[in-house]
Ligand binder design. Structure first.
Ligand SMILES: [Fe+2]
Length: 442
Protein backbone atom coordinates (compact mmCIF):
# COMPACT_ATOMS: atom_id res chain seq x y z
CA UNK A 1 0.00 0.00 0.00
CA UNK A 2 1.56 3.27 -1.07
CA UNK A 3 0.46 6.85 -1.36
CA UNK A 4 2.56 7.65 -4.40
CA UNK A 5 0.38 6.60 -7.33
CA UNK A 6 0.00 9.47 -9.79
CA UNK A 7 -3.16 8.65 -11.72
CA UNK A 8 -4.80 6.73 -8.88
CA UNK A 9 -5.75 8.62 -5.74
CA UNK A 10 -3.74 7.60 -2.68
CA UNK A 11 -5.40 5.19 -0.25
CA UNK A 12 -6.38 7.95 2.15
CA UNK A 13 -8.62 9.61 -0.43
CA UNK A 14 -10.36 6.43 -1.56
CA UNK A 15 -13.10 4.20 -0.17
CA UNK A 16 -13.90 4.84 3.46
CA UNK A 17 -10.71 6.86 3.92
CA UNK A 18 -12.22 9.54 1.70
CA UNK A 19 -13.75 12.57 3.42
CA UNK A 20 -17.50 13.08 3.86
CA UNK A 21 -19.01 16.25 2.44
CA UNK A 22 -21.52 17.26 5.06
CA UNK A 23 -21.87 18.07 8.73
CA UNK A 24 -24.91 16.08 9.82
CA UNK A 25 -27.05 16.06 12.96
CA UNK A 26 -29.40 13.13 13.52
CA UNK A 27 -31.52 12.47 16.57
CA UNK A 28 -34.00 9.79 15.53
CA UNK A 29 -31.71 6.80 15.45
CA UNK A 30 -32.76 3.20 15.75
CA UNK A 31 -30.88 0.83 18.02
CA UNK A 32 -30.44 -2.88 17.41
CA UNK A 33 -29.90 -4.43 20.83
CA UNK A 34 -29.73 -2.38 24.01
CA UNK A 35 -27.71 0.69 24.93
CA UNK A 36 -26.45 0.00 28.48
CA UNK A 37 -28.46 2.49 30.57
CA UNK A 38 -25.51 3.37 32.82
CA UNK A 39 -23.68 4.91 29.85
CA UNK A 40 -24.22 8.67 30.11
CA UNK A 41 -21.96 10.73 27.93
CA UNK A 42 -20.63 10.71 24.44
CA UNK A 43 -18.28 8.68 22.28
CA UNK A 44 -16.26 11.08 20.14
CA UNK A 45 -13.66 10.22 17.54
CA UNK A 46 -11.32 12.46 15.57
CA UNK A 47 -9.88 11.96 12.11
CA UNK A 48 -8.76 13.75 8.96
CA UNK A 49 -11.48 14.97 6.61
CA UNK A 50 -9.81 17.24 4.05
CA UNK A 51 -12.35 20.00 3.47
CA UNK A 52 -11.32 20.51 -0.15
CA UNK A 53 -11.27 16.79 -0.85
CA UNK A 54 -7.51 16.56 -1.27
CA UNK A 55 -4.60 16.39 1.11
CA UNK A 56 -0.87 15.76 0.63
CA UNK A 57 -0.83 13.10 3.35
CA UNK A 58 -3.27 11.03 5.44
CA UNK A 59 -2.01 12.82 8.55
CA UNK A 60 -2.70 16.33 7.24
CA UNK A 61 -6.45 16.49 6.53
CA UNK A 62 -8.70 18.87 8.48
CA UNK A 63 -9.87 17.41 11.78
CA UNK A 64 -13.48 16.27 12.02
CA UNK A 65 -15.19 14.84 15.09
CA UNK A 66 -17.88 12.18 14.88
CA UNK A 67 -19.87 11.78 18.09
CA UNK A 68 -22.74 9.78 19.53
CA UNK A 69 -24.39 10.94 22.77
CA UNK A 70 -25.95 8.31 25.04
CA UNK A 71 -28.19 8.73 28.06
CA UNK A 72 -30.36 6.27 30.00
CA UNK A 73 -30.36 3.69 27.25
CA UNK A 74 -31.15 6.16 24.48
CA UNK A 75 -29.11 7.68 21.68
CA UNK A 76 -29.58 11.44 21.91
CA UNK A 77 -27.78 12.22 18.73
CA UNK A 78 -25.10 11.47 16.17
CA UNK A 79 -23.31 14.44 14.74
CA UNK A 80 -20.09 15.21 12.90
CA UNK A 81 -18.36 18.57 13.03
CA UNK A 82 -15.16 20.01 11.70
CA UNK A 83 -12.77 21.35 14.27
CA UNK A 84 -13.00 24.98 13.17
CA UNK A 85 -9.28 25.64 13.11
CA UNK A 86 -7.40 28.53 11.56
CA UNK A 87 -6.19 26.00 8.98
CA UNK A 88 -9.77 25.15 7.99
CA UNK A 89 -10.47 28.87 7.64
CA UNK A 90 -7.48 29.22 5.33
CA UNK A 91 -5.45 31.20 7.85
CA UNK A 92 -1.80 30.63 8.41
CA UNK A 93 0.81 29.77 7.45
CA UNK A 94 2.07 27.30 10.03
CA UNK A 95 5.64 28.41 9.31
CA UNK A 96 6.42 31.85 7.87
CA UNK A 97 9.39 32.97 5.73
CA UNK A 98 11.48 33.57 8.83
CA UNK A 99 10.90 30.02 10.12
CA UNK A 100 8.55 31.24 12.84
CA UNK A 101 5.95 28.61 13.76
CA UNK A 102 2.39 29.63 14.61
CA UNK A 103 1.24 26.93 17.03
CA UNK A 104 -2.39 28.02 16.69
CA UNK A 105 -2.36 26.79 13.06
CA UNK A 106 -2.90 23.05 12.60
CA UNK A 107 -5.54 20.51 11.58
CA UNK A 108 -6.41 19.26 15.13
CA UNK A 109 -7.20 15.91 13.50
CA UNK A 110 -5.71 13.12 15.60
CA UNK A 111 -7.36 12.62 18.99
CA UNK A 112 -9.96 14.10 21.27
CA UNK A 113 -9.68 13.84 25.05
CA UNK A 114 -11.51 15.14 28.08
CA UNK A 115 -9.62 16.50 31.10
CA UNK A 116 -10.58 18.85 33.91
CA UNK A 117 -13.90 19.69 32.27
CA UNK A 118 -12.37 20.57 28.91
CA UNK A 119 -12.58 18.63 25.66
CA UNK A 120 -9.46 19.04 23.55
CA UNK A 121 -9.03 18.15 19.87
CA UNK A 122 -5.36 17.42 19.32
CA UNK A 123 -2.69 17.15 16.67
CA UNK A 124 0.97 16.87 17.54
CA UNK A 125 2.18 19.83 15.47
CA UNK A 126 0.09 22.46 17.23
CA UNK A 127 -1.83 23.66 20.26
CA UNK A 128 -5.09 21.91 21.15
CA UNK A 129 -8.48 23.22 20.12
CA UNK A 130 -11.13 23.26 22.83
CA UNK A 131 -14.51 21.77 21.87
CA UNK A 132 -17.94 21.71 23.50
CA UNK A 133 -19.90 18.57 24.37
CA UNK A 134 -21.94 19.25 21.23
CA UNK A 135 -18.72 19.25 19.18
CA UNK A 136 -18.68 22.98 18.49
CA UNK A 137 -15.30 24.69 18.48
CA UNK A 138 -14.42 27.11 21.28
CA UNK A 139 -10.98 27.93 19.90
CA UNK A 140 -7.31 27.15 20.36
CA UNK A 141 -6.22 26.51 23.91
CA UNK A 142 -2.81 27.19 25.47
CA UNK A 143 -3.44 26.47 29.17
CA UNK A 144 -3.89 30.16 30.00
CA UNK A 145 -0.75 31.11 28.11
CA UNK A 146 1.46 28.60 29.89
CA UNK A 147 1.86 26.08 27.04
CA UNK A 148 4.49 27.39 24.65
CA UNK A 149 5.08 24.21 22.63
CA UNK A 150 2.89 22.00 20.50
CA UNK A 151 1.00 19.26 22.33
CA UNK A 152 1.09 15.56 21.53
CA UNK A 153 -2.21 13.99 20.53
CA UNK A 154 -1.52 11.30 23.16
CA UNK A 155 -1.55 12.92 26.60
CA UNK A 156 -2.09 10.47 29.46
CA UNK A 157 -4.26 10.92 32.53
CA UNK A 158 -2.78 9.33 35.63
CA UNK A 159 -5.65 7.37 37.14
CA UNK A 160 -4.49 8.03 40.73
CA UNK A 161 -3.59 11.72 40.59
CA UNK A 162 -5.81 12.92 37.75
CA UNK A 163 -2.80 14.73 36.31
CA UNK A 164 -2.45 15.12 32.56
CA UNK A 165 1.06 14.14 31.43
CA UNK A 166 2.13 15.06 27.92
CA UNK A 167 4.90 16.49 25.77
CA UNK A 168 5.43 18.62 22.73
CA UNK A 169 8.03 18.19 20.03
CA UNK A 170 9.44 20.63 17.50
CA UNK A 171 11.86 20.78 14.60
CA UNK A 172 13.88 23.49 16.33
CA UNK A 173 15.44 23.22 19.78
CA UNK A 174 14.27 22.37 22.33
CA UNK A 175 13.14 19.41 20.28
CA UNK A 176 11.22 17.79 23.13
CA UNK A 177 9.46 19.31 26.15
CA UNK A 178 7.63 17.37 28.87
CA UNK A 179 4.58 18.92 30.52
CA UNK A 180 2.26 18.15 33.42
CA UNK A 181 -1.13 19.71 34.11
CA UNK A 182 -2.65 19.04 37.51
CA UNK A 183 -6.08 17.48 38.01
CA UNK A 184 -7.66 20.92 37.69
CA UNK A 185 -6.04 21.46 34.31
CA UNK A 186 -3.42 23.98 35.43
CA UNK A 187 -0.12 23.54 33.62
CA UNK A 188 2.32 23.11 36.50
CA UNK A 189 5.49 21.76 34.86
CA UNK A 190 7.36 22.15 31.59
CA UNK A 191 10.77 20.52 31.26
CA UNK A 192 12.90 20.63 28.12
CA UNK A 193 14.41 17.20 27.36
CA UNK A 194 17.68 16.93 25.45
CA UNK A 195 17.62 14.69 22.38
CA UNK A 196 20.15 14.60 19.52
CA UNK A 197 17.85 15.96 16.84
CA UNK A 198 14.33 16.65 15.63
CA UNK A 199 12.36 13.42 15.32
CA UNK A 200 8.68 12.61 14.99
CA UNK A 201 7.56 11.68 18.51
CA UNK A 202 3.95 10.58 18.30
CA UNK A 203 3.38 9.15 21.77
CA UNK A 204 5.19 8.28 25.00
CA UNK A 205 4.92 6.01 28.02
CA UNK A 206 3.74 6.78 31.54
CA UNK A 207 4.13 4.55 34.59
CA UNK A 208 3.40 5.13 38.27
CA UNK A 209 6.79 6.74 38.89
CA UNK A 210 8.36 7.30 35.47
CA UNK A 211 7.89 8.65 32.00
CA UNK A 212 9.66 6.96 29.09
CA UNK A 213 10.32 8.93 25.91
CA UNK A 214 10.91 7.26 22.53
CA UNK A 215 13.54 8.96 20.35
CA UNK A 216 13.30 6.97 17.13
CA UNK A 217 14.89 7.38 13.69
CA UNK A 218 12.10 9.16 11.80
CA UNK A 219 13.69 12.59 11.49
CA UNK A 220 12.68 16.03 10.27
CA UNK A 221 13.41 16.59 6.57
CA UNK A 222 13.40 20.15 5.23
CA UNK A 223 12.92 19.04 1.61
CA UNK A 224 9.73 17.20 2.50
CA UNK A 225 8.61 20.21 4.52
CA UNK A 226 9.08 22.42 1.45
CA UNK A 227 6.88 20.00 -0.52
CA UNK A 228 4.11 20.58 2.00
CA UNK A 229 3.81 16.96 3.08
CA UNK A 230 4.72 15.13 6.30
CA UNK A 231 8.27 16.42 6.88
CA UNK A 232 9.72 13.24 8.40
CA UNK A 233 11.64 10.26 6.98
CA UNK A 234 13.63 7.28 8.15
CA UNK A 235 17.33 7.95 8.97
CA UNK A 236 19.69 4.96 9.12
CA UNK A 237 22.24 7.01 11.05
CA UNK A 238 20.10 8.45 13.82
CA UNK A 239 19.96 5.41 16.10
CA UNK A 240 17.09 4.73 18.48
CA UNK A 241 16.76 5.13 22.22
CA UNK A 242 14.36 5.14 25.13
CA UNK A 243 14.68 7.84 27.78
CA UNK A 244 13.60 6.89 31.31
CA UNK A 245 12.88 9.83 33.61
CA UNK A 246 11.47 9.81 37.15
CA UNK A 247 8.19 11.71 37.06
CA UNK A 248 9.58 14.36 39.38
CA UNK A 249 12.93 14.44 37.62
CA UNK A 250 14.61 16.81 35.22
CA UNK A 251 16.42 16.52 31.91
CA UNK A 252 19.61 15.63 33.82
CA UNK A 253 17.87 12.60 35.34
CA UNK A 254 16.88 11.01 32.02
CA UNK A 255 18.68 7.73 31.41
CA UNK A 256 18.87 6.88 27.72
CA UNK A 257 19.03 3.26 26.62
CA UNK A 258 19.76 2.30 23.01
CA UNK A 259 17.38 -0.04 21.21
CA UNK A 260 17.20 -1.66 17.79
CA UNK A 261 16.05 1.02 15.30
CA UNK A 262 12.31 0.85 14.69
CA UNK A 263 9.27 3.10 14.88
CA UNK A 264 6.39 3.16 17.32
CA UNK A 265 3.36 5.37 16.99
CA UNK A 266 1.46 3.84 19.91
CA UNK A 267 2.20 2.12 23.18
CA UNK A 268 -0.64 -0.02 24.49
CA UNK A 269 0.37 0.53 28.10
CA UNK A 270 3.41 0.64 30.40
CA UNK A 271 4.07 -0.32 34.00
CA UNK A 272 6.77 -1.02 36.55
CA UNK A 273 7.69 -4.62 37.37
CA UNK A 274 10.49 -6.35 39.26
CA UNK A 275 12.26 -7.03 35.99
CA UNK A 276 12.16 -3.42 34.88
CA UNK A 277 9.80 -1.02 33.19
CA UNK A 278 7.50 -2.88 30.82
CA UNK A 279 6.45 -1.08 27.64
CA UNK A 280 3.93 -2.84 25.38
CA UNK A 281 4.12 -1.09 22.03
CA UNK A 282 3.00 -1.55 18.43
CA UNK A 283 6.34 -1.77 16.66
CA UNK A 284 7.19 -1.07 13.00
CA UNK A 285 10.57 -2.46 11.84
CA UNK A 286 10.96 0.66 9.69
CA UNK A 287 8.81 3.60 8.67
CA UNK A 288 8.97 5.95 5.68
CA UNK A 289 12.31 4.73 4.40
CA UNK A 290 13.39 4.46 0.76
CA UNK A 291 10.27 2.51 -0.15
CA UNK A 292 8.26 5.68 0.40
CA UNK A 293 5.23 6.63 2.42
CA UNK A 294 4.26 3.10 3.40
CA UNK A 295 2.87 1.62 6.59
CA UNK A 296 4.19 -1.93 6.79
CA UNK A 297 2.52 -4.30 9.24
CA UNK A 298 3.29 -3.50 12.88
CA UNK A 299 3.30 -5.97 15.75
CA UNK A 300 2.63 -5.87 19.47
CA UNK A 301 6.03 -6.01 21.14
CA UNK A 302 7.13 -5.93 24.77
CA UNK A 303 10.17 -3.95 25.84
CA UNK A 304 11.43 -4.56 29.37
CA UNK A 305 13.75 -1.72 30.25
CA UNK A 306 16.41 -2.03 32.95
CA UNK A 307 17.63 1.55 33.09
CA UNK A 308 20.26 0.76 35.77
CA UNK A 309 21.85 -1.90 33.57
CA UNK A 310 21.20 0.08 30.39
CA UNK A 311 19.47 -2.85 28.73
CA UNK A 312 16.19 -3.47 26.94
CA UNK A 313 14.76 -6.93 26.37
CA UNK A 314 12.55 -7.09 23.29
CA UNK A 315 9.94 -9.79 22.64
CA UNK A 316 7.18 -9.90 20.05
CA UNK A 317 3.90 -10.77 21.75
CA UNK A 318 1.82 -11.54 18.66
CA UNK A 319 2.40 -12.42 15.02
CA UNK A 320 -0.67 -10.52 13.92
CA UNK A 321 -0.41 -7.02 12.51
CA UNK A 322 -2.18 -4.58 14.81
CA UNK A 323 -2.63 -0.89 15.46
CA UNK A 324 -4.68 1.49 17.61
CA UNK A 325 -4.06 -0.28 20.94
CA UNK A 326 -6.15 0.77 23.95
CA UNK A 327 -6.48 -0.20 27.61
CA UNK A 328 -8.72 0.39 30.58
CA UNK A 329 -8.19 4.06 31.48
CA UNK A 330 -8.12 3.11 35.19
CA UNK A 331 -4.93 1.11 34.54
CA UNK A 332 -2.88 3.57 32.49
CA UNK A 333 0.68 3.19 33.74
CA UNK A 334 -0.21 0.24 35.96
CA UNK A 335 0.01 -3.55 35.60
CA UNK A 336 -2.87 -4.65 33.41
CA UNK A 337 -4.28 -7.79 31.90
CA UNK A 338 -6.33 -6.79 28.88
CA UNK A 339 -5.62 -4.68 25.83
CA UNK A 340 -7.67 -4.01 22.71
CA UNK A 341 -6.50 -3.21 19.19
CA UNK A 342 -7.40 -3.25 15.51
CA UNK A 343 -6.02 -6.23 13.62
CA UNK A 344 -4.81 -5.37 10.12
CA UNK A 345 -3.67 -8.14 7.84
CA UNK A 346 -1.43 -6.19 5.48
CA UNK A 347 -0.85 -3.01 7.44
CA UNK A 348 -2.96 0.13 7.55
CA UNK A 349 -5.18 0.53 4.52
CA UNK A 350 -5.88 -3.19 4.51
CA UNK A 351 -9.19 -4.32 3.07
CA UNK A 352 -10.38 -6.26 6.10
CA UNK A 353 -9.91 -5.49 9.75
CA UNK A 354 -11.09 -7.07 12.98
CA UNK A 355 -10.82 -6.18 16.65
CA UNK A 356 -8.52 -8.15 18.92
CA UNK A 357 -8.65 -8.46 22.70
CA UNK A 358 -5.34 -9.45 24.25
CA UNK A 359 -5.10 -11.27 27.56
CA UNK A 360 -1.51 -10.45 28.49
CA UNK A 361 -1.70 -12.71 31.54
CA UNK A 362 -2.44 -15.93 29.67
CA UNK A 363 -0.99 -14.88 26.32
CA UNK A 364 -4.28 -15.67 24.65
CA UNK A 365 -6.34 -13.38 22.47
CA UNK A 366 -9.81 -13.21 20.97
CA UNK A 367 -11.01 -11.76 17.70
CA UNK A 368 -14.25 -9.97 17.00
CA UNK A 369 -14.84 -10.14 13.27
CA UNK A 370 -17.74 -7.95 12.15
CA UNK A 371 -18.02 -9.94 8.94
CA UNK A 372 -17.14 -9.41 5.27
CA UNK A 373 -16.99 -5.76 4.32
CA UNK A 374 -17.52 -4.59 7.90
CA UNK A 375 -14.46 -2.76 9.16
CA UNK A 376 -13.97 -1.45 12.70
CA UNK A 377 -11.94 1.50 13.91
CA UNK A 378 -10.04 2.00 17.15
CA UNK A 379 -11.65 0.09 20.06
CA UNK A 380 -12.26 2.37 23.06
CA UNK A 381 -12.70 0.54 26.37
CA UNK A 382 -15.20 2.03 28.82
CA UNK A 383 -15.22 0.47 32.31
CA UNK A 384 -18.56 -0.49 33.85
CA UNK A 385 -17.46 0.10 37.42
CA UNK A 386 -15.86 -2.25 39.92
CA UNK A 387 -15.27 -5.90 39.20
CA UNK A 388 -13.19 -7.71 36.64
CA UNK A 389 -10.87 -5.59 34.52
CA UNK A 390 -12.84 -6.44 31.40
CA UNK A 391 -16.20 -5.64 32.94
CA UNK A 392 -17.17 -2.88 30.57
CA UNK A 393 -17.66 -2.10 26.95
CA UNK A 394 -15.71 -1.61 23.77
CA UNK A 395 -16.98 1.15 21.53
CA UNK A 396 -16.10 1.80 17.91
CA UNK A 397 -17.46 2.84 14.54
CA UNK A 398 -17.82 0.04 12.01
CA UNK A 399 -17.88 0.86 8.30
CA UNK A 400 -20.21 -1.34 6.24
CA UNK A 401 -18.97 -1.37 2.66
CA UNK A 402 -22.11 -3.06 1.34
CA UNK A 403 -24.32 -0.22 2.60
CA UNK A 404 -21.57 2.43 2.29
CA UNK A 405 -22.44 3.71 5.73
CA UNK A 406 -21.27 3.16 9.28
CA UNK A 407 -22.64 1.86 12.57
CA UNK A 408 -21.83 2.86 16.10
CA UNK A 409 -21.22 -0.41 17.93
CA UNK A 410 -20.92 -1.39 21.59
CA UNK A 411 -19.40 -4.77 22.48
CA UNK A 412 -19.35 -6.34 25.94
CA UNK A 413 -15.61 -6.46 26.64
CA UNK A 414 -16.02 -9.53 28.86
CA UNK A 415 -17.90 -11.41 26.13
CA UNK A 416 -15.80 -10.15 23.28
CA UNK A 417 -16.68 -12.59 20.53
CA UNK A 418 -20.45 -12.38 21.17
CA UNK A 419 -22.81 -10.37 19.03
CA UNK A 420 -22.70 -6.64 19.73
CA UNK A 421 -24.65 -5.36 22.74
CA UNK A 422 -25.88 -2.46 20.63
CA UNK A 423 -25.57 -1.46 16.99
CA UNK A 424 -26.72 1.97 15.87
CA UNK A 425 -26.88 2.55 12.10
CA UNK A 426 -25.75 6.09 11.34
CA UNK A 427 -27.06 8.38 8.59
CA UNK A 428 -23.69 8.52 6.86
CA UNK A 429 -20.37 6.73 6.83
CA UNK A 430 -17.68 7.64 9.34
CA UNK A 431 -14.37 7.74 7.45
CA UNK A 432 -11.52 5.68 8.87
CA UNK A 433 -9.74 8.04 11.21
CA UNK A 434 -7.59 8.05 14.25
CA UNK A 435 -8.43 8.20 17.96
CA UNK A 436 -11.39 8.85 20.21
CA UNK A 437 -12.63 8.90 23.78
CA UNK A 438 -15.66 8.20 25.87
CA UNK A 439 -16.41 11.53 27.55
CA UNK A 440 -18.84 10.85 30.41
CA UNK A 441 -21.25 13.41 31.81
CA UNK A 442 -19.65 15.34 34.64
FE1 LIG B 1 -1.93 8.23 17.41
Amino acid sequence: MTTTAESHPPFFLRGNYAPVADEVTADALTVRGTIPPELRGRFVRNGPNPAHGVSPHWFLGDGMLHGVELDAGQVHWYRNRYVRTKSLAGEGPYVDDQGHVDLTVGPANTHVVGHAGRILALVESSLPYEMTVELDTVGWYDFDGRLTTAMTAHPKIDPATGELHFFGYAFTAPYLTYHVADRDGTLVRSEAITVPGPTMIHDFNLTEHHVVFMDLPVVFDLDLAMQGTMPYRWDDDYGARLGVMPRGGTDADVRWVDIEPCYVFHPMNAYESEGGIVLDVVRYSRLWDRSGDVFDPARLTRWTVDADAGTVKEEQLDDRATEFPRVDPRLVGRPYRYGYAVETVDGLGDEHMTLVKYDLETGRSQIHDFGPGREPGEPVFVPAGSGAEDRGWVMTYVYDAGRDTSDFVILAAGDFTAEAVATVPLPQRVPFGFHGSWIPDE
